[in-house]
Design a protein around this ligand. Sequence first.
Ligand code: P6P
Length: 329
Amino acid sequence: MNDALALPVGTTLDRFIMKKQEDFPFATGELSQLLRDIALAAKIVSREISRADQDTVGKFGKQNIQGEDQQKLDVIANIRFIRALRNGGEVCTIVSEEEENLIHTGNSHAKYIVAMDPLDGSSNIDVNIPTGTIFGIYRRLSDGGQEGTLEDCLQKGTQQVAAGYILYGASTMLVYTTGCGVNGFTYEPSLGEFFLSHPDMKIPDRGKQYSCNEANVSDFPLGIQNYLAFCKEQKYSSRYIGSLVADFHRNLLKGGIYFYPGSSKNKTGKLRLLYECNPLAFIAEQAGGQATDGIDRILDKEPSELHERCPLVIGSSEMIDKVRKYMTL
Ligand code: P6P
C-alpha cells in the first residue's frame, strides 16, 4: 500500500518527503535533502520561464555537445540546477545534457549522482509551449572522498534510487518516484510551495492517443510503421507537442504512447538514455506502464557513453506490448 494514499491532497512536498523518509528507518535524510534541492531549482527555473523577457528568451549563441543551438534558458536552467545541487551538498557528480563532461560539485563525500536534462524542449519556449526538466538519481559506486567516476554515472536505469520531472506548463508540476509509486505536486507560486495534487499516479493500461513525429514515418522501422497504421485503424488521436515531458505527462494521466524510434538515418533515435529515457522509464514502470526501445526494456540497458542516444517507446503497458509484437513479427 503506497502511503501517499495516507497523505491528503494539499500536503506540502516537504511534509510528504519527511513522511516517506519515516518509512525507511535507516534513511539518513540525504536523499530527502537532495529532493528538496531539486525542488528549489525547479521553483527558480519556473520563475525564469514565466518571466521570459529579453534576458531569457531566444538563442544563447552557442551549441551544446549534441550540436543543438542552446537557448538562453537552457544555460540558465543548467546553471540553476548545478548550483542548487552543489550548494545542497548531497551530490558529488552531475551528468547534464548541456555539459560534454562530468560536473564535479566539490562535495567529494556526497553519495549521490544526478543525471539531468535541465530544460528539455527549450526551443518551444519562444512559442510558449510547455517544457520540462528530467532527472535521475543514483548512489555512487566509488568510495567517498573523491570525485564521482565515469562508472558511477554509467549505471543501468534499474540502479536509479529516484527519478522525476518538472513540467513547466499551465502550472508547474513536479512528478517523482523513489521506487514506491509515483506522486505529483503542483507549484503554488504565491506561496512558494509544491502541494500534493496527484497522489499515487497510475497510467491506464491502454489509451487512445499516440505521440510521434509522423514526418519521419518513412524512416521508421517497419514494425513501428505497422503499429502507426494500427493506431490509425483504431481511430486513435495523434497528440505530439514536440516536448517530451509534456507528451509523457499527458499520456501518464490519460493513457497513451509516445515513441521516438531509431530510423534509417539515425539508428539510435534522438533521445538520450541517461537523462531522458531512464528517468521517464522508471516513472512509467512505477506507474504501471512500460518503456522499451521497441523491443527491450530501457532500464536494463547498459550505458557506455554519457550522451548516448536510445530509441524510446513509452506509455501504457498494453500499447507497448502491441508495439513489441509488431517489432518482432
Ligand atoms: P522532433 C525536444 O528537442 C525533444 O528532445 C523532445 O522533448 C521532443 O519530444 C523531441 O525532441 C522532438 O523532436 O525531431 O520531433 O522535433
